[in-house]
Design a protein around this ligand. Structure first.
Ligand SMILES: [Zn+2]
Length: 394
């Protein structure tokens, strides 16, 4: 894996909220903000490039991202209709079935890579915490402490209540709900409330059917909403009304899987950015500070002393909603170089820690640990070119 730099480093001339500043990293943590470099630091001049916390994707199904996107052209009334269509498609389409048959471990690598290339350093995975998702060499960090249920319509009242009750109150508990336009979808939040499952650690994914009164109830309960507009627009032709909850800091942005969602979190931000009134600072909060708080991740999502050195660097002046993964100049995960431009990798990491690749036609570097994971995977990532045979890229 890429190693953290052997000595502390200070980024200077970084564009951060509030202006040009410096940021010091020691080991895997942010050690200072706005202070001059210390003697002996490696100094990396960003020349005005944007420096942000690594992004947090609040909803994904990491094992489903190498499957072909499914666009049936239908508009659904409830997510259960979509799931029935996916099941029918799976039985009828050998190519899709073959992509499902690829080993889950290989598909999980693609899910991690999808997120890393878009500047994401932490993902809330909605499924079991498979062992490889706790491996430090996995491309990104996965939230480790969470409870989850798929939904009321899959798990049933008793299963949902059991899931909620078995989740510690200081862990987030996450469930798909109100994912649709019909009465069933509209009733789900009230059902969760009646089951005792609408509490401060509850995070509802989607919420398309929520009306104003229900959003007020969600807010009064101290709960939050994970918003996945691309997936909602794909399935229902509309998305959740989120303005009031965003203003209260109760919304995090997620991609969902590529089956129904955007290619990655940067594309999701582009879709979110089309909602009137969402400025750059608000969009950033949906994938950093607000997301970290809702997911009970106190050690990330902000550029503060003592938080993890999970860092995203974008070109000077580039808004999140206009950035693509080929624009990403650097991703640091716990202080280690994972993805970005050769210019920064050469300054900050050993040559053995990364290798040249191309992403969407642009020259980039990728951490050696990630390339090693890709070495045996049959499930590839469209748009990623390794310079040599897989596994010999370095
Ligand atoms: Zn989902």
């Amino acid at each position: 894996m890429s190693s953290p730099p052997g000595r502390p480093l200070t980024f200077i001339n970084a564009q951060m909220r509030g202006g040009i500043a410096s940021l010091r990293i020691a080991g895997s943590q942010i050690a200072a903000v706005g202070k001059a470099p210390k003697r002996g630091d490696l100094i990396v001049d960003l020349q005005g490039d944007r420096l942000l916390p690594g992004l947090i994707n609040a909803h994904d199904h990491l094992q489903l991202n190498s499957l072909p996107a499914l666009r049936f052209g239908g508009q659904y009334h409830h997510a259960r209709e979509w799931i029935a269509d996916v099941d029918a498609h799976r039985r009828a389409d050998p190519a899709f079935e073959a992509s499902v048959a690829v080993a889950r471990e290989e598909r999980l690598v693609v899910g991690g890579l999808k997120n890393l290339l878009s500047g994401v350093t932490t993902v809330a995975h909605h499924d079991r915490l498979y062992p490889s998702l706790s491996n430090p060499n996995y491309p990104i960090q996965v939230v480790q402490r969470y409870g989850w249920s798929h939904s009321l319509y899959i798990d049933g009242d008793a299963g949902v209540r059991r899931s909620y009750r078995s989740t510690p109150v200081d862990w987030p508990w996450i469930i798909h709900a109100a994912e649709g336009l019909d009465q069933e979808a509209a009733d789900e939040v009230q059902r969760l409330d009646e089951l005792g499952c609408l509490r401060p650690n509850t995070l509802i994914v989607h919420g398309v059917a929520l009306d104003r009164r229900q959003r007020e109830r969600l807010s009064a309960a101290g709960a939050g909403l994970i918003w996945c507009p691309s997936s909602n627009l794909c399935l229902f032709g509309r998305t959740a009304q989120t303005g009031d909850l965003i203003a209260l800091g109760r919304v995090a942005l997620g991609t969902d899987s590529r089956l129904s969602g955007a290619r990655d979190l940067l594309e999701e931000l582009r879709v979110a950015g089309t909602v009137p009134g969402l400025d750059e600072a608000t969009l950033e909060s949906l994938v950093t500070g607000h997301s970290a708080r809702l997911l009970h991740l106190e050690d990330r999502g902000a550029l503060k002393v003592g938080t993890r050195a999970d860092i995203l660097i974008l070109p000077a002046g580039l808004p999140l909603a206009r950035a693509t993964r080929a624009d990403v100049r650097l991703v640091l995960l716990n202080g280690a170089v994972r993805y970005g431009d050769r210019h920064y990798a050469e300054l900050m990491a050993r040559a053995s820690d990364w290798a040249d690749v191309r992403v969407d036609g642009r020259a980039k570097i990728l951490g050696s640990s990630v390339i090693a994971l890709l070495g045996n995977a049959r499930a590839g990532e469209p748009g990623l070119e390794l310079p040599d045979a897989l596994g010999r890229a370095a």
